[in-house]
Design a protein around this ligand. Structure first.
Ligand code: AMP
Length: 271
């Protein structure tokens, strides 16, 4: 990967990089296409990063489909596919981790301790290996984009971070590799997540509603869905600090994380 990257950079080619965990869907491919529009060369990685999963999470059963991924990437115009092995990324004696204060413990971080350290560490490693000009991330994982922007700035990484819109299914459900875990009934009820975000957005956008009315509207849509077994968080936040918002006005992040059966799903919109 290093050699390949060096070869292109020596010819003054820009490299757009799309890191993924594979089991690719149209959300991932939208990032590839955007990278293709904006760069000479597009590199994608597929790596299910063990250190960003908790002990009781789905690392072992995370969907894997390297042959399907390869085909989709080729069709979407990716030039380079990097598939490192965990033992090459985490060599014996590995002991350096990247931790982002404050942002890492909020929202998803409160329910997935250590998750964002795992993400920050692997993204730094991948950036150091691939040395891209730009890197592309989905808004779907909003907190991840905030953490990555932070490390890029704090550690002078010199990669432009591009955040791309969330690609959704017909009923608004954000595309996710984890949607494959859902039974047909669960899949139907998962549409409530986006409906809840929209209900909150409608109140905020109307100008007459408060933040707490908007949060209540979101919670009542989620609570009405019997297959949602747990609402981990659902609220309105400052998109820069991820702190809970108190007043309406200015840009807001509306975000939720729920469990449907064993499957944890997240989504967000900016208003
Ligand atoms: P993952 O394979 O889940 O780690 O995702 C790899 C990249 O694809 C991340 O930057 C995600 O935010 C992005 N992504 C995942 N789902 C979507 C989606 N539905 N729309 C846009 N980007 C997405």
């Amino acid at each position: 990967m290093r050699e390949t990257s060096r070869r292109h950079t020596a010819k003054d080619k820009s490299i757009g990089f799309v890191p993924t965990m594979g089991a690719l869907h149209d959300g991932h491919l939208s990032l590839i296409r955007r990278a293709k529009d904006e760069n000479d060369i597009v590199a994608a990685s597929v790596f299910v990063n063990p250190i960003q999963f908790g002990a009781d999470e789905d690392f072992d059963r995370y969907p894997r489909d390297i042959e399907g991924d390869r085909e989709k990437l080729e069709k979407s115009g990716a030039d380079v596919l990097f598939i490192p092995e965990a033992k090459m990324i985490y060599t014996d004696g590995f002991s350096t981790h990247v931790h982002v204060d404050a942002l890492s413990d909020k929202l998803c971080g409160a329910f997935r301790p250590g998750h964002f350290d795992g993400v920050a560490t692997v993204v730094c490693k991948l950036f150091n290996i691939v040395r891209p000009t730009r890197a592309y991330f989905g808004q779907k994982d909003f907190q991840q984009t905030v953490v990555i922007r932070r490390i890029t700035e704090d550690l002078n990484i010199g990669v432009d971070i591009v955040v791309c819109p969330t690609v959704r299914e017909y009923d608004g459900l954000a595309m996710s590799s984890r949607n494959a875990y859902l039974s047909p009934e669960e899949r139907k009820s998962a549409g409530a997540i986006y409906r809840a975000l929209q209900a909150a957005a409608a109140i905020l956008k109307s100008g007459s509603g408060t933040v707490s009315e908007s949060v209540s509207a979101m919670k009542s849509v989620l609570s009405a869905e019997p297959l949602i077994s747990e609402i981990q968080y659902s609220g309105i936040y400052d998109p820069l600090t991820l702190a809970e918002a108190v007043d309406a006005g200015k840009e807001k992040l509306i975000a939720a994380a729920v469990k449907i059966g064993r499957t944890r799903l997240i989504d967000n919109i900016l208003v």
